[in-house]
Structures are given as structure tokens and as C-alpha cells.
Design a binder for this molecule. Structure first.
Ligand code: NAP
Ligand code: ZN
Ligand code: ZN
Length: 349
């Protein structure tokens, strides 16, 4: 065991405070990473504050991890000491079910092992602890190669916000000439804009924050709709082929479904802590619309996304925070006040 510095929550209301955790000695297939940067995802807020379900405390969140490899196990083939490596939302899965074998480890039929806050299927039943820490040890099959030439701090949010938006855009086969809507311009939303543009789509951003309009255009949006303005929503009716919904709070999807053209699809990514108003089946039926969801992405697809981002020069727009500022950053995220991802400078732990 080695000791790692960390910031942990001890209850839903404790906030994040300095702590120490133990990391296992690297096994034959393990990679040990000294973490340089870790993105702050809204899922961290939902989990730390027990908004989805009671969390397991003490809890060290963080699943947008970039760092340098410091040790590798004897059988590791894909990584060497000194490599820049990434870890996203999963550190393991059953490796035997159809989903795992098909490269969709996130949908593991026995449950993937999340990077933090879940029972670790391989380490004697301990609870996984995430990237607000100085190091992590992960099986190499769940570690990503970070391409050279991208800012490593800006890469960190790709490991969740990037792959979570890339996966449904690819699944929907978005390409040149398609019209994509993005609901909510936060961490996921701004990555959806960048990736959809790189795939050749025109992009409409739906935001509740009129103040974000100029920034949305700077990110590459072709159209910005302030969703509280009925005239702007009416003008968008029937214009879109696909919508990526990234809103972290309860909201009504029906006005967005009306902006889809025939055969359009709305993919839900945001997971608010309470039930949403029901979707009107009439809206789906009259235009053969599809309403679905999507969970992060598989490991191979995450590597594909990183390579795609390297090819297109895409990283996240970030605001760096020091460890003592984590609680304030969470509050700002809940208030929608972030452009567009906070990233923890792990040297400040
Ligand atoms: P975020 O950075 O906080 O962005 C969420 C955006 O939603 C806000 O910036 C805001 O954009 C919009 N919004 C509208 N009304 C809101 C309200 N009342 N409260 C808060 N936000 C509101 O969050 P994120 O990290 O992108 O995550 C978004 C959601 O996706 C979270 O629920 C998270 O748990 C979930 N998530 C899902 C997956 C998955 O695999 N499906 C992966 C990661 C995260 P505007 O100001 O433009 O309206
Ligand atoms: Zn996340
Ligand atoms: Zn599986």
C-alpha cells in the first residue's frame, strides 16, 4: 500500500476536506499514475451530496483524471513509466458479459466498477476512490493513452464530458449537414458543441442563461436559443435532426421535442435527482421521433474520442481550481456559473 493525499467528503453536507487514502501496490496488470489534473463533473456534485442515493463515505470523487505513469506491473504492455495517461468513469467491469466483450463496458451486465464510491470487485471489497487525489492504481485495460500535443489540463474533462457527448453523437451517426441541438451549456454541453461541429453538423444551443449567448457563438454554435423565450423556441420548431440534453436539473423535454424534424432523436444525458415531467407520446408518434439515453462510453470508444480530439485540436475550456476551492466550485457549478469545466490542480492537494 502507498499513501495518497486526497480531498474527501465524510457526509452529504461535510464538503470536501483534506484526507489521506491508501492505494494498492501495482499488480501485474496495473498502472500507477501520479495525477496532475482532475475535472469536476456535475455527477461528482450529485454523488458527494447524496442527491441520487446515499453515498458511501468517506468519498473521494473525480473521474476525469490525467497524470503521468510512475510504475507499471510486470505484464503491462500498453504503458511505460513517464507516459501521459488518463482514467475516466470506470476502472473495471466483469470482462465476460456480451456488453464487455463488445466494448461497451459501461453497460456491463454485472455493473461496471465506477472510478469512485462503489465496491471494487477485485480488491477485497474495498470502495473505489477517485481522482481528487495524488495517485491512482488502475488495471491497464481501463487506462487511456493521452495523445501528445493537447493541453493535459484541458484533456482531463474529455474523460467524462468528452466521451459522454461523443458516444451518442457517433451512435446517431451525426455527420456533415446534420442539425444538432445541445440543451444546457455546461461541461457536457460545451463538449457536445465542439464535437458536433467537428463532425460537420450545424449546432443550435439551448440555454437558460441569456448571458451565455455570445460565448456559445464563440464555441462554434450556429444558432443560440434562450429557452425561456417562447418566440425563440417557436422559431426553432422542426429544425433539428438530433438533440443532446445535458441539463443537470428537472426540466420539461416536450418543448425540445418540438424542435426535432421527422425521424429526429433526443438523447438524455443529464440525470437530475428527481423525476422529470412525462414525455408526450403524441409528439413522438406524429414525427416518428426517438427518445433515448446514453451512459459515458466504452474504453475503446474513449480512446477513439481522444484521438479524434487530438486530430481536431479539441480540448475543454477550463477554469483551474486549487483544492481548498472545491466546495465553492461545486456551488458555482450548481448555479450554472462555469465556463465550462472546473479542473483541479492536483499539486494543491
Ligand atoms: P454542468 O456543467 O453543471 O452543466 C449543466 C448545465 O445545465 C448548466 O450549465 C445549465 O446550462 C443547464 N441548466 C439548466 N437549468 C439548470 C438548473 N436548474 N440547474 C443546473 N443546471 C441547469 O453539468 P455537467 O457536468 O455538464 O453534467 C450535466 C448532467 O449530466 C448532470 O446531471 C450529470 O450528472 C450528467 N452526466 C451524465 C453522464 C452520462 O453518462 N449520461 C455523464 C456525465 C454527467 P445553461 O446555463 O446553458 O442553461
Ligand atoms: Zn462525469
Ligand atoms: Zn460485463
Amino acid at each position: 500500500m502507498t499513501q495518497a493525499k486526497a480531498y474527501a467528503a465524510t457526509s452529504a453536507t461535510s464538503g470536501l476536506n483534506p484526507s489521506t487514502i491508501e492505494r494498492r501496490e501495482p499488480g501485474a496488470h496495473d498502472v500507477e499514475i501520479a495525477i496532475d489534473f482532475c475535472g469536476l463533473c456535475h455527477s461528482d456534485v450529485h454523488t458527494v451530496r447524496s442527491e441520487w442515493r446515499p453515498a458511501r463515505y468517506p468519498l473521494v470523487p473525480g473521474h476525469e483524471i490525467v497524470g503521468r505513469v510512475t510504475r507499471v506491473g510486470a505484464d503491462v504492455v500498453g504503458f511505460a513509466v513517464g507516459d501521459l495517461a488518463g482514467v475516466g468513469c470506470m476502472v473495471d467491469s466483469c470482462r465476460e458479459c456480451d456488453s464487455c466483450l463488445e466494448g461497451f463496458e459501461q453497460y456491463c451486465e454485472k455493473g461496471n466498477t465506477g472510478t469512485y464510491g462503489v465496491v471494487d470487485r477485485r480488491n477485497g471489497g474495498g470502495v473505489t476512490q477517485g481522482g481528487y487525489s495524488s495517485s491512482i492504481v488502475v488495471d491497464e485495460n481501463y487506462v487511456l493513452n493521452v495523445p501528445a500535443g493537447l493541453d493535459p489540463a484541458g484533456v482531463a474533462p474529455l474523460l467524462c464530458a468528452g466521451i459522454t457527448t461523443y458516444s451518442p453523437l457517433r451512435y446517431l451517426d451525426v455527420q456533415d449537414g446534420d442539425a444538432v441541438g445541445v440543451v444546457g451549456l455546461g461541461g457536457l454541453g460545451h463538449m457536445a458543441v465542439k464535437i458536433a461541429k467537428a463532425l460537420g453538423a450545424s449546432v443550435t444551443v439551448f440555454t437558460t442563461s441569456p448571458g451565455k449567448a455570445a460565448a456559445a457563438f464563440e464555441l462554434g454554435a450556429d444558432t443560440v436559443v434562450v429557452s425561456s423565450d417562447p418566440a425563440q423556441m417557436a422559431a426553432a420548431k422542426g429544425t433539428l435532426n438530433a438533440i443532446i440534453d445535458t441539463v443537470a436539473a428537472v426540466h420539461d423535454l416536450n418543448p425540445y421535442l418540438q424542435t426535432l424534424a421527422r425521424d429526429g432523436a433526443l438523447i438524455q444525458l443529464g440525470l437530475p435527482p428527481a423525476q422529470m415531467p412525462p414525455v408526450d407520446p403524441g409528439l413522438l408518434i406524429r414525427k416518428r421521433l426517438a427518445y433515448g439515453g446514453s451512459l459515458i462510453g466504452g474504453i475503446a470508444e474513449t480512446q477513439e474520442m481522444l484521438d479524434f480530439c487530438a486530430e481536431h485540436g479539441i480540448v475543454s475550456d477550463i477554469e483551474m481550481v486549487a483544492a481548498p476551492e472545491l466546495d465553492a466550485a461545486y456551488d458555482r457549478m450548481v448555479a450554472g456559473d462555469v465556463k465550462y469545466r472546473f479542473v483541479l490542480d492536483n499539486s494543491t492537494l
